[in-house]
Design a protein. Sequence first.
Length: 244
Amino acid sequence: MKIDVLSLFPEMFEGVFGSSILKKAAEKQAVSYNVTNFRDYADNKHSTVDDYPYGGGAGMVLKAQPIFDAVEALKGHAEQTPRVVLLCPQGERYTQRKAEEFAKEDHLIFICGHYEGYDERIREHIVTDEISIGDFVLTGGELGAMVIIDSVVRLLPGVLGNVDSPILDSYSSGLLEHPHYTRPADFRGMKVPDTLISGNHKKIDEWRMKESLRRTWNRRPDLLESYELSDVEKKLLSEIQKED
């Protein structure tokens, strides 16, 4: 996968792309990163990329020209059209499903803006996806882009050591993930559930399924509204509701 980022502050990405899983993914050649300062594409002598909004109002608006030229340059003569992702608080709320969708692409371009907003023509003619990472406003799109890129790259084949890890993540299955424990089995009198150290894998799988349902029921019951329960899960959820 190729990931391009348009930002006025490219230095913000150095630590993120040069650390942890994202760094290892690049070393494995599962992904390549490129961060471009779209100020370099400004066509005026002062390299300004923003201007006052027509009609007046507070704040400055990013101009269309630098973004158009930068995206066109990044697209080049590629056979496949890349997904162009605009980070914006008005966009579609980001989910694990969207991460899985993006992970299937060969080329992603992220546009990180600042100031009051974007010239609407950017949205209308360049952008394929307008994404928000939550109902709040940041000073720019860089942190949102980092969040999305991290969530996508970890899903690429060969990036995580265990191939089952992304499959079992919270939200990937539609439910929150079950609790985890590690050694020692008894820490300051707090003990690991007997089932997990029983060696009975059938019972362990059932425990994990039940606790995943319990955690979802207690923390995010809204997820169950769109989740199709199996007969076994219906039985377990009924038990949980009686227990809780």
